[in-house]
Design a protein around this ligand. Structure first.
Ligand SMILES: Nc1ncnc2c1ncn2[C@@H]1O[C@H](COP(=O)(O)OP(=O)(O)O)[C@@H](O)[C@H]1O
Ligand SMILES: [Mg+2]
Length: 250
């Protein structure tokens, strides 16, 4: 299996009042295709910045991000947007649904942009899949937080992306709703074989992933493969993978 994501010497600095602030400091790591990755670390450690760079939503000061062989940060803005549309679903903590569109229209949008002639059918099927078959015509403001997040997940999965990124997808949900949202992400991920990258504060959720990237103060303090722990608390059978075996960490 070729690597899905190869990060080399990734650094991001921004100007602040007293000079340059280093937000990400020389990160290098690789993510296998089909992996489930948890990016963990304290608030302000650079998790969202890293996810934004892996998605080509932002640019690095130096270093590279290669996704399925493509150096995405070398592309111009339009090319990066086109690349995202073809390869990536992104679930934001704050959902970011379009308020003037119904649930169905929100999920159809990326499909229509991709020229899918069966956009309506696929969007309906996915909304049914996430338990919202009876909310197709609802506008975001008439949906609960958990429902909005499920629409956002359906939208992210709709074009069958190879990569699914989520930045604290349960951050604005209560525990029970968050748990259902996470189940859904893993379930859809398993079915689609996509590579899932999650930013999370939740240790249990991080345990369920096959790889953990630990950030502290913008530096990578560990990039470890691990045997995923199932929700019941028992490590899933995973022959040949030693728990927490260090892999190439910058
Ligand atoms: N564009 C920016 N300009 C200045 N500081 C920024 C910018 N983006 C992020 N930061 C700072 O970089 C640090 C890491 O931010 P972030 O990636 O959002 O962290 P996390 O998601 O881990 O909470 C924070 O201290 C944040 O304030
Ligand atoms: Mg963040």
């Amino acid at each position: 299996m070729p690597a899905a994501i190869v990060v080399e010497h990734l650094t991001r600095r921004v100007r602040d009042a007293d000079g340059w602030l280093t937000i990400l400091d020389d990160l290098s790591f690789e993510v296998e295709a089909g992996a489930t990755v948890a990016i963990v670390g304290a608030s302000g450690s650079g998790k969202s910045t890293l996810l934004g760079l892996l998605a080509g939503l932002d640019l690095a000061t130096s270093g590279s991000v290669t996704v399925f062989g493509e150096k995405i940060l070398a592309l111009d803005e339009d090319a990066r947007a086109a690349w995202r549309a073809r390869n990536l679903g992104f679930v934001f903590q704050s959902f970011q649904l379009l308020p003037q569109m119904t649930a169905l229209e929100n999920v159809m949008l990326p499909l229509e942009l991709a020229g899918d002639r069966h956009a309506g059918e696929r969007a309906r099927e996915l909304l049914k899949r996430v338990g919202l078959g009876d909310r197709l015509g609802h506008y975001p403001r008439t949906l609960s937080g958990g429902e909005q997040q499920r629409v956002a997940i359906a939208r992210a999965f709709a074009p069958r992306p190879r990569l699914l990124f989520a930045d604290e997808p349960t951050g604005s949900l209560d525990a029970a709703t968050g748990e259902r949202v996470i189940e859904l992400l893993f379930e859809l991920n398993r079915e689609a074989g996509a590579t899932l990258v999650l930013v999370t504060h939740d240790a249990q959720l991080a345990d369920r992933c096959s790889m953990r990237l630990m950030l502290a103060g913008g530096q990578l303090h560990g990039a470890q493969r691990q045997a995923p722990v199932s929700p019941g608390g028992v490590a899933r059978e995973s022959p040949g993978s030693d728990r927490a075996a260090p892999v190439k960490a910058g």
